[in-house]
Design a protein around this ligand. Structure first.
Ligand SMILES: C[S@@+](CC[C@H](N)C(=O)[O-])C[C@H]1O[C@@H](n2cnc3c(N)ncnc32)[C@H](O)[C@@H]1O
Length: 228
């Protein structure tokens, strides 16, 4: 599905979120900034926007690895990195988040934006993210959530169920399918405390959640414990 929409992914993302997705990634990088020389990993990177945001924040001083299992998405990310002059620092790697071909305990930050929900086995994906994080490092999950307050809750439900799939379908059959699946997958995915608990169960401590834009998205941050 993602391979089929890769060419239109960025355009549709910015259109359907009214550009707010850029702000969410910016907030992510501000809330969990790069710190020190250890590398950063962005899984389910898609076309690489969060990896590129981290590269800008690190001022090019930190190596960044961006993984995804869709070669079509990665090719677009690679092209964007080249255009941004970041291709020497940013490495794109085809990999399934459920079994990362990377050694343990090495990344200061392991992040995922709008990707954890799409992994077939969420817990396994999360466990892999934790495994490759350095002790004391951060695991960062940016994901859609459902606003709990009216009237935004109803407006959001209507937009998500009726407007978003129609706009997606305008651009192609595959995009229509992808955006039809979005509200369902967001509704079924753990949010708030349930997501924080999943992260604790994966071995993270000091887990916090930060609702963004009235709860349309939430940023979850946990720390990998330094074992004594
Ligand atoms: C909604 S996109 C998000 C892309 C990007 N992180 C962003 O913020 O725009 C989800 C991405 O997750 C990838 N993906 C889904 N399951 C995966 C898995 N098991 N391993 C690697 N990538 C996966 C898809 O190929 C797709 O590029």
């Amino acid at each position: 599905m993602f391979g089929g929409i890769a060419g239109r992914y960025d355009f549709l993302n910015h259109l359907l979120s009214l550009g707010i997705d850029r702000y969410w990634r910016h907030r992510t990088v501000r809330l969990v900034p790069p710190n020190g020389p250890q590398p950063i990993l962005d899984v389910c990177t898609g076309t690489g926007d969060l990896a590129l945001a981290y590269d800008r924040a690190a001022g090019g001083r930190t190596a960044i690895i961006a993984t995804d299992f869709s070669p079509e998405m990665l090719a677009i990310g690679q092209h964007k990195a080249k255009r941004a002059g970041a291709d020497g620092r940013l490495t794109f790697l085809e990999a399934d988040t459920q079994s990362l071909p990377l050694s343990s305990d090495q990344f200061q930050i392991v992040c995922v934006a709008f990707g954890l929900r799409n992994i077939a086995d969420t817990n396994r994906g999360l466990a892999e993210m934790v495994r490759v994080t350095a002790p004391g490092g951060h695991v960062v999950v940016l994901e859609f959530s459902t606003p709990s307050r009216q009237p935004l809750k109803s407006i959001y439900g209507w937009y998500f169920r009726h407007v978003l799939p129609r706009i997606g379908r305008l651009f192609s059959r595959e995009s229509g399918d992808a955006y039809e699946y979005l509200p369902q997958s967001v509704g079924e995915f753990p949010q708030g405390e349930a997501m924080c608990q999943r992260m604790r169960d994966a071995g993270l401590v000091d887990v916090r959640s930060y609702p963004l834009t009235f709860g349309v998205a939430t940023l979850y941050v946990g720390v990998k414990a330094v074992s004594s």
